[in-house]
Design a protein around this ligand. Sequence first.
Ligand code: APR
Length: 230
Amino acid sequence: MTNIVILTGAGISAESGLGTFRDAQGLWAQHRIEDVATPEGFARDPALVHDFYNTRRAEAAKARPNAAHQALARLENLYSGEVLIITQNVDGLHEAAGSRNVLHMHGQLDGALCHACDHRWPAPPMMRPEDACPACGGQATRPDVVWFGEIPYHMDRIDPALNTADIFAAIGTSGNVFPAAAYGQHARRMGAHTVEFNTQISAASRDFAEHHRGPASFTVAQWVDELLCV
Ligand code: APR
């Protein structure tokens, strides 16, 4: 039985209308990372950070899965081996497409976290600095997303999965942010066949044995059909 591990990035959600980070019009061309995606930025101006994530939460709520998300859900449902998605994305489009074996290593927009007591609950559409934590009552609520300088989630499950993957695929990620940027190299060293799906060369392309250039909604659907011998 072969294990497939798939890393996804913002590029898989681009055709669902959600912004990527490092493309010319990307989120990091419109906002400074240090202002909206670091603990220091949140401490400095929590209202600005909540606004940034409130906007992204509203956009994600309107977005629908595209053919790439749907193909991965089909693969999980019909493939004879195990399929694990490790996503850097904080949208819920993999789950909306029907994928269940998904690890959100950078957290999720629809989660809220109290940084006083670590309580987690479903995030309301709009979060504000004065919101009180439902558990401890403290005004210390934040989006349950991982910021730069923080440790990604699910590292205890990710490394073993990379060690035993037969196929490792990276879809729509620029290979700029570690540790995810090194997953292709790690999986390849451990014997996986590595496949990259991107519209252009990424910073990690050299780590991959097979490349599919083009929009993920087309290339990933074609790849899944081949894997399922459709
Ligand atoms: N199909 C396939 N790939 C695409 C598509 C598409 N339709 N559109 C864009 N891409 C590719 C781009 O070429 C780029 O390589 O998706 C990649 C998106 O890269 P980034 O914007 O850097 O996003 P990502 O790699 O997910 O960023 C990783 O950085 O800022 C942090 O936490 C943030 O999770 C994010 C992490």
